[in-house]
Design a protein around this ligand. Sequence first.
Ligand SMILES: [Zn+2]
Length: 79
Amino acid sequence: MKTISCKELGGACSQAFRGSTFEEVASQSQQHGAEMVALADQPHLDAMAEMMTILESGHVEEWMNAKMELFQLLPDDGE
Ligand SMILES: [Zn+2]
């Protein structure tokens, strides 16, 4: 499996997500992000606001592709 951090996925902290596919880590990241926003965690609120800017700019596909590429390049620890 691969490990990617909240920050690497556009979040705000070093919380790590593990999975074999991008979809797996993306859903963990989304859930974590929602939890942090529910707790009104400022760094995550800022990260979310930035995400909204990307969404509104219409560049979300490019952003997503870049994250997927990053995930593909991560080493697989074989677990
Ligand atoms: Zn986080």
